[in-house]
Design a binder for this molecule. Structure first.
Ligand SMILES: [Zn+2]
Length: 265
């Protein structure tokens, strides 16, 4: 009986060792694997696009002298900030603008740059995560965008005329995009990067809709002004008009077309 009882502790020990091994396998191995994956993720370079299109505080290192200089030859230099470009007003012939290039490949009119930088800095300081996803476009950029959209509709079986009309609803015809002025930026919330109406509910847009005017920017295509602006509501597209005009437009609720009509009256 005694001898029969002896194997029991050994069996218990075995089970104990066995369960220790199981514990190792079930807990430490997966944990180690997770740790390994986490480290791998941390070490791996993140999406270069995400890094490059965000304004970081260190963007201040951008040289004071613009890297790309297309000199401004606006006929009315005093009104450079109020230039009107829409589907009825094309970019003036020979339009040129002095740009400040951002380290991310984006660029804006050098005269609007300090206010844009200040606005982005203030948003970040307030805990927001804005992301510039579009800025200055050359005519060639705009042509490429338009032709890609047109091609998409053609491949869906639309006629040339239909495809062009449909494409024009989404992408401005070359020469009619405000992005070609260097005064427009599309800003989204990093947490929601879709150019859709719901963009208006993001913390970044809620802040921008209330405060962008203080930095000289206006929401260029507000809701309910489509007939006047020629563009549907875009809660992400901001246009620099300077602080005075932005304040007046903010107070009056006028869009750029209405405002220009008013001051020219
Ligand atoms: Zn835009």
């Amino acid at each position: 009986m005694v001898e029969q009882a002896r194997p029991l502790p050994r069996g218990k020990k075995k089970r104990k060792r066995y369960s220790l091994l199981r514990l190792l396998r079930q807990v430490y191995l997966p944990f180690g694997l997770l740790l390994f994956l986490f480290l791998l993720f941390m070490v791996q370079p993140r999406d270069p696009n995400l890094i490059t299109i965000s304004f970081a505080a260190e963007d201040r290192e951008i040289p004071a002298h613009p890297q790309s200089t297309l000199h401004a030859t606006s006929s009315d230099k005093a009104q450079w900030n109020l230039i009107l470009v829409n589907k009825w007003h094309t970019l003036p012939e020979g339009f040129r603008v002095e740009l400040t290039k951002l380290r991310n490949g984006h660029a804006i009119d050098s005269r609007a740059y300090p206010d844009l930088q200040e606005m982005m800095d203030d948003m970040r300081a307030g805990g927001l995560s804005p992301l510039i996803c579009s800025s200055y476009r050359t005519t060639a950029d705009q042509e490429n965008l338009f032709s890609a959209q047109n091609q998409k509709y053609l491949s869906q079986g639309l006629s040339q005329k239909e495809a062009q009309a449909e494409a024009a609803l989404l992408v401005a015809l070359p020469g009619t995009s405000e992005h070609q002025t260097g005064l427009a930026v599309d800003i989204v919330d990093t947490s929601y990067q879709l150019l859709e109406t719901d963009q208006e509910n993001t913390p970044v847009q809620i802040w921008l809709h209330q405060n962008a005017w203080q930095y000289g920017f206006i929401l260029r295509y507000p809701r309910g002004k489509t007939e006047i602006t020629g563009k549907s509501y875009e809660p992400w597209h901001y246009r620099y008009v300077g602080k005075d005009a932005a304040r007046e437009m903010h107070q009056s609720g006028l869009c750029l077309e209405e405002y220009l009509n008013d001051i020219h009256r």
